[in-house]
Design a protein around this ligand. Structure first.
Ligand SMILES: Cc1cc2nc3c(=O)[nH]c(=O)nc-3n(C[C@H](O)[C@H](O)[C@H](O)COP(=O)(O)OP(=O)(O)OC[C@H]3O[C@@H](n4cnc5c(N)ncnc54)[C@H](O)[C@@H]3O)c2cc1C
Length: 437
């Protein structure tokens, strides 16, 4: 029987109401566009992404949630630096130069750790207050003619039609990337993250990363993020194959998590009273889709690219994509179609930045060659300095046309080439020392 239900029409349909979807809906609704955001609202999923990069406060400010608001309303805590600690007690600290806060950069050099449930709820309320409609449903089918999308169908049989679409359906769904079979570039192996929350009395204003210093293996690491005054988020990230091998030896995830944490004295007291009964688990793979914009659609957030969590750039990427894609819809709204230039340059910016961050951490941090030659401090520094530099320039100069996107490409490709040379040199030195011994 043909579906008799009326079609809902709007200016923009946003698929997915995670961070990228909420941010996009809020931008569009604030600009006066009739926006519908569709999300199944799976409350069993704990949102993750609690340590924010230094570019994020400005992006949140553009959504009406300033850094001072977040702190005053206890949605988050201050993050002043990143600390890398090894099991032997060696500690390295990284913080942005104070001159970033002066002209010509004028950047905020404080950033945040956030309670994601509270921050997401705040953005949801703001989107609704601005006029966006949130629909609890799941998009199951896309109706299109060639590359032009005309409507989407949901699991409950509704149909939403609009001249514009934003896909913010996240890493696991990546709806339009699948629909249009976009090419994906993977960085490193599939990984697993397991995390939980612990009460503490001594939170510090830093994200701390705990590592085994000279492991010959692919890196596994632990994060500690103070999400609110007395609570830290503690997570363990490892290659999926390593976790699978442990599971095959008969270990449960709880045992694997506890065992890794117990190697660091910091967690021994935290684990004494913890039951670990509500562990959060997810698997992911750092990935970038190519060509994430079409004539009347754009892909934002993890549906476009999955940033490795160690880069702490996923939230920045989701908010940037949301802001840039909404800007493009507003600019090309009257034409009803994005220009080829706009599509290519948006896609290039998404792919270029994600590729730069993901390949940087894979070569310099996850792989053992550079880490074991320069030490954890050296390899983290070799990644962090250019990564922060690129983010600062991006935040300051906001590339949005083809020319500025080409400049960004040149800069990131140059940095990537330097990192690759460093990786190759360390790799051949390790091979020669193995042969010599
Ligand atoms: C373990 C881990 C740790 C991380 N840590 C950090 C960090 O410290 N700092 C940082 O900046 N970033 C971090 N990130 C990244 C960050 O969490 C994400 O980049 C960000 O939350 C992405 O938001 P998103 O909206 O793109 O995707 P999601 O939050 O996944 O949202 C996608 C939404 O789409 C909905 N959806 C799915 N399918 C459909 C469908 N068919 N129809 C309609 N809706 C659909 C889902 O219900 C979901 O709500 C981390 C990521 C991981 C995996």
């Amino acid at each position: 029987m043909p579906d008799q239900r009326p079609v809902t029409t709007c200016d923009v349909t946003v698929i997915g109401g995670g961070l990228a979807g909420k941010a996009a809906s809020l931008h569009l609704a604030k600009a006066g566009l009739k926006t519908v955001c569709i999300d199944p609202a799976d409350t069993s999923r704990q949102p993750v992404g609690e340590s924010l990069d230094w570019s994020t406060p400005d992006l949140l400010g553009n959504l009406g949630l300033s850094l001072d608001d977040v702190l005053a309303r206890r949605i988050g805590t201050l993050k002043r630096r990143v600390v890398v600690k090894s099991r032997e007690g060696q500690t390295e600290e990284y913080f942005p130069f104070s001159w970033f806060s002066r002209p010509p950069f004028n950047l905020e050099i404080r950033t945040l750790h956030v309670d994601r449930t509270r921050m997401d709820e705040e953005l949801r309320k703001k989107a609704i207050d601005s006029g966006a409609t949130l629909v609890r449903d799941k998009v199951v089918r896309v109706e299109r003619t060639g590359k032009h999308i005309s409507s989407v169908h949901t699991a409950s049989g509704e149909q939403f039609s609009s001249p514009w679409f934003i896909d913010a359906s996240g890493f696991a769904t990546a709806l339009l990337a699948r629909e249009f079979q976009l090419r994906a570039v993977d960085y490193g192996p599939a990984k697993v993250a397991v995390w939980d929350y612990f009460p503490v009395s001594d939170p510090i204003e830093a994200t701390t990363v705990y590592v085994e210093p000279e492991s010959p293996e692919y890196l596994d690491w632990i994060w500690e993020i103070p999400v609110s005054a007395g609570v830290v988020s503690v997570g363990y990230v490892a290659a999926g194959a390593a976790v699978k091998a442990k599971r095959e030896q008969g270990f449960t995830l709880k045992e694997i998590f506890r065992h890794r944490l117990m190697r660091f004295s910091r967690f021994q007291s935290l684990l004494e009273t913890a039951t670990l009964d509500e562990l959060n688990v997810t698997s992911f793979r750092s990935r970038v889709h190519l060509g994430v914009a079409g004539p009347n659609w754009l892909i934002a957030g993890e549906a476009a690219c999955m940033m490795d969590p160690i880069t702490a750039n996923g939230v920045t990427a989701a908010l940037r994509h949301a802001e840039e894609s909404c800007g493009l819809i507003l600019k090309y709204r009257k034409r009803n179609k994005l220009s080829l230039r706009a599509r290519v340059s948006y896609g290039r910016r998404v792919a270029q930045l994600a590729g730069f961050f993901n390949s940087g951490v894979e070569n310099l941090v996850y792989q053992p060659q550079v880490r074991n030659r320069l030490g954890m401090g050296g390899s983290a520094g070799a990644y962090i300095s250019p990564a922060w530099g690129v983010n600062v320039l991006y935040a300051r100069f906001k590339p949005n046309g083809l020319f500025s996107t080409m400049l960004l490409m040149f800069l990131t490709e140059f940095s990537r080439a330097c990192q690759w040379i460093l990786y190759r040199c360390c790799k051949s030195l390790s091979q020669s020392s193995v042969k010599a011994s």
